[in-house]
Design a protein around this ligand. Structure first.
Ligand code: CTP
Length: 419
């Protein structure tokens, strides 16, 4: 099943060079090559001689549908320009796994195989996913090489902690392909439309305690909010994701703030909104009502059916968007309206009462839209006409939540540009 972050567009047409070096983690590179290809990237793989001992070029050719390069090409007919051509046309060079030896070669400018020659000739960003034994990564020589490369603007993903092939446990494992994909998106986003912009996204359904065991919550999965955070990262924004409990993994690069209740969400949103925030996207399903009193001990069946009295929970969006001080109000505030009837009327009432710039309305009764599912069908209502809307209303077709997120982020970028 496609991940909620799987985007129809993000990697489409991107040219990614994937360098594979001689580590037991080389097999994981095949999965990475496959996932990048599935997401629309053109993936050219270069294997070092040591990598070829772990995994065959044919493995990569089979998953990318393209020729995989090895040192055999270095001595072939077009070899004198191959490395330059590969290095110049790429959007990103990823070396995964990257051994201690290749790391040292890169730090010192050695050019002793097709991969290191290409890395020297490359003008694109470089991302390394180190893979080596604990002691090798901790060694001052490797640490110095990491520092040198970081100073030169080379990006690192990992290594992670865990059990090594040697049986030792510690830092040195190559990170998993799914996480690496997040790092690739983070680096590729660095020339997007929201570079230098601060974006705050809220997600998930808040939980209001009845007693130490039970909560009142809602059916929000957090999927649309997390997809928005990823889309903002893809566009190069600095993203803070304020999240109520969900079963999802946060996108790589997001600053994560975990909250549980509406009150905690309000506090977190207000705390970050004191800085200059460019956009607030309030995708969280925040409780409207909460128990007036939280029982200290677990309510017991033998004591009969409890009467839980409710009170109003704070409205985060109204509080933040309605702030008098312009310094405290994010420049663009986006709300979400989950409606089961009178979609447009209810959503446009929220647009004006909560003083929003944009509200994203969806009909939660449709089986392919709203809570839990991976797709959404939304209507956007704007406070002022934009180039996207006919008038102030724009209906988007049924899309994946990742596509909806991309569309919203594109519009937010345009609104910020117009301000
Ligand atoms: N919202 C909020 N704080 C709340 C309730 C909602 O910030 N206590 C935000 C949501 O994050 C969303 C927008 O307000 O962006 C609209 O939420 P929705 O639940 O559709 O509307 P409500 O204002 O709660 O109104 P109602 O439940 O009556 O439809």
């Amino acid at each position: 099943m496609a991940s909620i972050f799987t985007s129809a567009q993000h990697l489409l047409g991107k040219h990614i060079l994937l360098g594979v070096t001689g580590s037991i983690a080389a097999y994981k590179a095949a999965e990475l090559a496959s996932r990048l290809t599935q997401e629309g990237a053109q993936v050219d793989v270069i294997l070092t001689p040591a990598a070829e001992r772990f995994v065959a070029p044919l493995t990569f050719q089979s998953v990318t549908g393209r020729r995989a390069f090895t040192d055999a090409e270095l001595w072939g007919g077009e070899a004198h320009v191959l490395h330059v051509g590969l290095g110049h046309s790429a959007d990103l060079l990823v070396i995964a796994p990257c051994t201690a030896n290749t790391l040292a070669s890169l730090a010192h400018g050695n050019a002793d195989n097709l991969l290191t020659i290409t890395a020297l000739a490359a003008r694109c960003p470089i991302l390394l996913a180190p893979a080596m034994d604990v002691g090798m990564f901790a060694h001052p020589a490797t640490q110095e090489n990491v520092r040198l490369l970081s100073e030169r603007g080379v990006h690192f993903a990992g290594p992670g902690e865990g059990r090594m092939a040697s049986g030792l446990t510690g830092k040195g494992r190559m990170i998993e392909p799914a996480e690496l994909l997040g790092h690739i998106r983070l680096v590729l986003g660095k020339n997007g439309k929201l570079v230098g912009k601060q974006v705050v996204v809220t997600a998930g359904g808040t939980q209001e305690a009845i007693d130490p065991v039970r909560v009142i919550t809602n059916r929000s999965s957090g999927k649309q909010g997390y997809a928005l955070a990823q889309a903002a990262i893809d566009a190069g924004a600095q993203v803070t994701l304020i999240t109520a409990p969900t079963a999802l993994t946060a996108p790589v690069g997001a600053r994560l703030i975990e909250v549980r209740t509406a009150a905690e969400m309000l506090e977190a949103v207000l705390a970050v909104s004191t800085r200059r925030v460019d956009a607030l996207l309030m995708a969280a399903a925040v409780a409207d009502f909460r128990p007036k009193k939280v029982a200290v001990d677990k309510l017991k069946k033998r004591d009969g059916i409890p009467q839980v009295e409710l009170e109003a929970a704070p409205d985060v969006l109204e509080t933040v968007a309605g702030q008098k001080s312009r310094k405290k109000r994010p420049r663009v505030v986006v709300g979400f309206a989950a409606e089961s009837r009178d979609l447009i009327q209810n959503a446009s009432a929220k647009l004006s009462s909560k003083k929003l710039d944009l509200i994203v309305a969806n009909d939660i009764r449709a089986p392919d839209s709203g809570f839990g599912v991976d797709t959404n069908r939304v209507t956007l209502l704007y406070a002022v006409p934009t180039r996207f809307a006919d008038g102030r209303e724009e209906s988007l077709p049924l899309m994946s939540k990742a596509e909806v997120a991309e569309a919203i982020i594109e519009r937010v970028a345009a609104m910020l540009e117009a301000k």
